[in-house]
Write a protein that binds this ligand. Structure first.
Ligand SMILES: NC(=O)c1ccc[n+]([C@@H]2O[C@H](COP(=O)([O-])OP(=O)(O)OC[C@H]3O[C@@H](n4cnc5c(N)ncnc54)[C@H](OP(=O)(O)O)[C@@H]3O)[C@@H](O)[C@H]2O)c1
Length: 276
């Protein structure tokens, strides 16, 4: 089966961490460096992008637009609309597919910076994309069709899993869950390792055990097919060690705390989007 990216020329505006992760994933999945390009205002970032990926870069955003079928906006959220403003008046802006990875920049804001009818996909990737294990959520605008969403899905599949959100309203809860989620897991890892040290384990061993246990549990849950609740029940024998530990997490209302965390992060995402 041919990939939706088969003939597409892909341009990255902003050659920072996220652009490098995406371009690296695409190279690994077979998209040749010659079909990709990047721009950045920072010459050190351009050099780094070129040296690590072998993809040509420049500083002329308008030229990159003219040479690309898909533009991935990989600049900080506060810069996205300025980049579009800077392109204002270019003849070619309606032709390419525009993909934004900027947190909190709504589709309407992107549309206001592009000509009517421009095809846009708003996305929310997360930091594990940097190691090819991201969870990215995509939301097309009304002008983008199924083929456009397929292009974006193929692009983000190169750095992990993808899910198409049926409505843009869900991008705030997504930000609260998978966008901010890696930090919740890092806190969990810190706490688990510190608890091991308090019980007498050497710090390095405690951290290694916490990391592998978290990774292994997520891998098992992904591959096994049973729900997390079923997997938990399977390792919780009556009177056993795991139930004794879980009882403390229940007392601390871990699920309630996670609920409040996702709710607060989603609310903050809504506020930031309203300000943009
Ligand atoms: N990192 C993540 O895990 C993650 C997760 C989800 C979403 N995102 C989104 O991804 C986007 C990029 O994040 P990042 O961490 O990759 O940022 P980054 O490392 O700061 O990269 C952005 C690059 O764009 C450059 N730039 C600024 N203005 C430009 C312009 N007008 N034209 C071309 N390049 C320009 C910046 O240069 P200067 O530094 O000189 O300004 C910088 O080198 C953000 O919008 C963020 O919300 C990131």
């Amino acid at each position: 089966m041919t990939s939706p990216l088969e003939t597409k020329r892909i341009g990255f505006i902003g050659c920072g961490a996220m652009a490098r992760a995406l371009a690296g994933g695409l190279l690994a999945s077979g998209v040749p460096a010659t079909r990709m390009g990047g721009t950045d205002i920072d010459s050190a970032q351009r050099q780094d992008f070129e040296a690590s990926l072998g993809i040509a870069t420049g500083s002329d955003n308008a030229r990159l637009v003219a040479e690309s079928d898909v533009l991935v906006l990989c600049v900080k959220p506060g810069v996205v609309l300025k980049v579009l403003e800077g392109l204002g008046g270019q003849p070619d802006l309606q032709r390419p597919l525009w993909i934004s990875i900027a947190a909190g920049i709504r589709i309407a804001a992107l549309e206001s910076g592009l000509p009517p009818g421009a095809r846009i996909i708003r996305t929310m990737p997360n930091t594990p994309a940097l190691v090819g294990a991201g969870a990215s959520v995509l939301c097309p605008n009304a002008a983008a069709g199924d083929a456009d969403a397929g292009v974006a899905e193929a692009l983000f599949s190169a750095v992990g899993s993808t899910w198409r959100a049926p409505s843009e309203d869900l991008m705030d809860p997504v930000t609260g869950l998978s966008g901010s989620g890696p930090a919740y897991v890092f806190l969990f890892l810190e706490g688990l390792a510190e608890a091991g040290v308090r019980q007498g384990l050497p710090p390095n061993a405690a951290l290694a055990l916490a990391l592998q246990t978290t990774f292994g549990a997520a891998k098992l849950a992904l591959e096994d097919g049973r729900s997390p609740a079923d997997l938990r029940a399977q390792v919780s024998s009556p009177g056993g060690t795991t139930l004794a530990g879980l009882a403390q997490l229940d007392l601390a209302d871990l699920k309630g705390a996670l609920n409040r965390a996702v709710e607060a992060a989603a609310a903050r995402s809504r506020e930031l989007s309203d300000d943009s």
